[in-house]
Design a protein around this ligand. Structure first.
Ligand code: AMP
Ligand code: MN
Ligand code: MN
Ligand code: MN
Length: 297
């Protein structure tokens, strides 16, 4: 993590070669951690954070490979949490890695995913997908904890639905039979785990929860109150007007801003480093956090 690179600027700018939210085969991404590092290099992304769902299992491999390519890879994870019954994702930026309460928390998240997968499987069996757990496991192609995308692929493979979006729309999306989220810990608890590992808690994609402006404000308040320090100002492709509104909400609360593609697989609209341009704003970039001084320098 000490490769010489031009330092990051003090404000948000377009095309920084910086992506702080991406997935690999350690969760529901299509590329191995090695292949992801190579995709970053191909796209001119020189600094990145690997943020697989509820795990840091891919980080060591990504960091080793990034090092060999002259890139910087920050440890991270995207944790599943609950706030007022809504599934909320929190990105942990982990310059000191995961230990103590966070390490234990990630182990608990893996067990929660196992229990949840069984429950999702039961529910999908009731609506006509037999042996749902085995089918999802086959789609995952490894022993990693299962997620809803594995069940979505199983529904497509069994020809219950024509494609992944329909699988979410009918069976796995918010309020549908396979949307099981009762296993996740409360938002504030997860922020505590991250702080205990000297990490930075970042509210993931605040515009993707379908909240009103007012309720999003309440979520940002609750997150900050819990010890959260930043939110993703930019996540993949987003609407410019709503992005400006979000910037005002972060400025008003003195929350820092992060940016990431939330890249999962090649061939779609996203790639490492691909995201909307930043709005004109005075939001402090999260890479100015003292804990990220080495990463940003
Ligand atoms: P899980 O972590 O098991 O709750 O699964 C959530 C993941 O499913 C997200 O991180 C996305 O990768 C994927 N996902 C969620 N909603 C959709 C959707 N409507 N279409 C396709 N993929 C989705
Ligand atoms: Mn995902
Ligand atoms: Mn997410
Ligand atoms: Mn993500």
């Amino acid at each position: 993590m000490t490769q010489p690179l031009p330092p990051l600027p003090a404000t948000f700018e377009a095309d920084l070669g910086l992506d702080l939210h991406m997935h690999s085969t350690a969760s529901d991404g299509a590329l191995s951690p090695c292949a992801l590092a190579e995709a970053c290099q191909a796209k001119g992304v020189t600094r990145f954070c690997l943020t697989d769902h509820d795990t840091v299992a891919g980080v060591a491999e990504a960091q080793r490979h990034a090092d060999s390519l002259g890139l910087r890879c920050l440890a991270g994870s995207e944790l599943s949490t609950l706030w007022r019954g809504i599934g909320i994702h929190v990105v942990a930026l982990l310059p000191s890695g995961a230990h103590g309460a966070l390490e234990a928390g990630l182990a608990a998240q893996a067990r929660a995913r196992d229990a949840r997968a069984e429950e999702i499987a039961h529910r999908l069996e009731k609506v006509g997908l037999d042996a749902a757990l085995a089918r999802a496991r086959e789609q995952a192609g490894s022993e990693r904890p299962l997620g809803r995308p594995d069940f979505a692929k199983a529904l497509v493979a069994a020809e219950v639905v024509p494609d992944i979006p329909t699988a979410f729309k009918k069976y796995l999306g918010a309020g549908k039979p396979g949307d099981v989220k009762t296993h996740w810990p409360y938002l504030s608890e997860v922020v505590e785990w991250i702080r205990d590992s000297q990490g930075i808690a970042v509210l993931a994609h605040p515009l993707r929860y379908r909240l009103t402006h007012r309720k999003r404000g309440q979520l940002l308040d609750a997150f900050r109150e819990a010890g959260g320090e930043a939110a993703e100002l930019i996540s993949g492709h987003q609407n410019a007007d709503v992005g400006r509104d979000l910037a005002r909400q972060l400025e008003a609360r003195d929350l820092m801003g992060s940016q990431g593609s939330d890249f999962h697989y090649p061939g779609g609209p996203l790639a490492p480093g691909v995201m909307s341009a930043p709005p004109r704003c005075s939001v402090t970039p999260v890479w100015r956090h003292p804990k990220l001084a080495t990463f940003a320098a």
